[in-house]
Design a protein. Structure first.
Length: 271
């Protein structure tokens, strides 16, 4: 029997891959990377793996949206806000970027943007996690198929799992922050509306009080006018009575003067 000599597979030379890990202005993110033990060596493995991702990105993206298509609710959300073809372009860029060996502020901000889009379109976190799990599976299948050395294969899979975990942490944390910001905005608007209602109620109460005071004043003035009218009527009645009395008095006086004149005339005749 002739034994065939096995080809010796060399491990990857990671020194040729330059990577960047800088989130120094975000201590909480640094802490999360430390807890995941996400290192620059992991980024080097991801960068070495990136060419395989680029070559197979269309297959990964199509598989991703095939899974999405099994849930009609997700399809309805996508069709309402965008289209599968447009989202495929974005996902291609996103997947390739996950393996470019760089984690910095731009990397973080793009994940925040993704989270805000998810909140805006109403995508629930459970669907994001499920879809991302399928993406992780696609990566692992690709590693097993293309990375030959067992040591490199093991470390590449570990790096893939770490970056996927970190990716989900960033997006979900940003998702929660965005939701909290929306809640704060809604609460502020609610308080503003409540304050406007209170101010309007106080203004109405003031107007009501002023109206009641005005009605009270009008009622008082009306009563005074009634009393004044009554007095005027009494005065008018008295004046009319006095006028009648005066007229009768003058009539009597006129008759009396008339009698006197006739008496004087009779006396004059006698003389």
């Amino acid at each position: 029997m002739v034994f065939q000599k096995r080809r010796k597979i060399k491990t990857l030379d990671l020194q040729q891959y330059t990577v960047k890990m800088d989130l120094s202005n975000r201590p909480s993110m640094v802490k999360q990377m430390e807890m995941l033990n996400l290192t620059k060596q992991d980024l080097q493995y991801l960068k070495a793996f990136q060419p395989y991702v680029v070559d197979n990105v269309d297959h990964i993206v199509n598989r991703f949206y095939k899974v999405i298509g099994t849930e009609q609710q997700l399809v309805d959300i996508i069709n309402h806000h965008s289209s599968v073809e447009r989202l495929k372009v974005t996902l291609r860029q996103h997947i390739i970027e996950m393996c470019n060996g760089t984690i910095d502020e731009k990397f973080y901000q793009r994940r925040v943007k993704i989270a805000k889009v998810h909140v805006h379109i109403g995508l629930r976190t459970q669907w994001y996690i499920c879809a991302f799990q399928d993406l992780s599976t696609s990566f692992i299948d690709l590693v097993e198929k293309n990375v030959e050395h067992p040591y490199d294969q093991f470390n590449t899979i570990r790096a893939v799992l770490k970056i996927c975990n970190f990716e989900q942490q960033l997006v979900l944390e940003a998702f929660e922050n965005t939701v909290e910001e929306l809640k704060d905005t809604i609460e502020q608007e609610k308080e503003s509306i409540e304050q406007q209602i209170v101010e309007s109620s106080e203004a109405l109460a003031t107007i009501s009080e002023e109206t009641n005071n005005s009605f009270g004043l009008l009622s008082t003035q009306s009563e005074e006018l009634k009393q004044l009218a009554k007095k005027s009527l009494d005065v008018s009645v008295r004046a009319e009575g006095q006028a009648l009395e005066g007229r009768e008095y003058l009539k009597n006086q006129s008759q009396h003067m008339h009698n006197i004149i006739y008496s004087l005339r009779d006396i004059y005749k006698l003389n």
